[in-house]
Design a protein around this ligand. Structure first.
Ligand SMILES: [Zn+2]
Length: 206
């Protein structure tokens, strides 16, 4: 995947913002990673910063864009300094220097996993299936009593592996520039929608 901070607030990004925070407003924030902050661990990172320096936690949504494929909102926390400045102290996997952030005053961090909200930016079965695979993986990871676990979660292989393989297959197809009417990535020669597509559709509907 090639997701990064969107350089512009496009029509699809406005649609995504309206979906996660009706009437919400996005702003670009500079990232100042704390020395001991961990990638993807914004909530503990901000809690540790507050313990050292005061201020407060602000929850909201970080907006990601996979250009020409999809836009995605990730539940996220930033630090608000005692002077009231919003700062993202969590380092990013690909070293982005800014984030696009929508504060969400209705929400606080409760420890419960909140899945990303994803919108396709083109009408293509591969992209819709990639989003379904991503959603199904989070649902399986949080099924039943797993929802209360944090950190390493043990999930039976037969539940998670077919979904991970599908997500990988779809991600690779999209990254290779394939569309749903192109020959399927597997090389058997038929279009995705007639080859791997129906099997994946059944898998995601389980
Ligand atoms: Zn195939």
């Amino acid at each position: 995947m090639k997701s990064t901070t969107p350089p512009n607030i496009t029509r699809h990004i406005r649609q995504l913002i309206a979906k996660v925070v009706p009437g919400g407003k996005a702003d670009y924030l500079t990232i100042h990673p704390e020395a001991d902050a961990v990638v993807n661990e914004c909530f503990p990172n901000v809690a540790a910063k507050i313990a050292r320096a005061g201020g407060r936690m602000l929850c909201g949504w970080q907006i990601w864009e996979w250009p020409h494929v999809m836009v995605e909102a990730e539940f996220h926390a930033v630090w608000v300094s005692p002077e009231g400045q919003q700062v993202d102290i969590t380092p990013k996997p690909h070293g982005e220097a800014t984030i696009l952030f929508v504060p969400d005053a209705r929400r606080t961090y409760s420890g419960v996993v909140i899945d990303n909200v994803r919108l396709p930016v083109r009408d293509d079965l591969l992209v819709r299936h990639f989003i379904k695979a991503s959603e199904a993986i989070v649902q399986v990871m949080n099924r039943g009593e797993r929802a209360a676990q944090y950190g390493h979660i043990s999930v039976p292989a037969h539940e998670i592996e077919p979904l991970m393989m599908a997500q990988g297959f779809l991600g690779q197809s999209i990254s290779s520039g394939l569309r749903d009417h192109d020959p399927c990535l597997c090389g058997r020669g038929s279009k995705y929608k007639r080859c791997h597509g129906p099997g994946f559709e059944a898998l995601f509907s389980k």
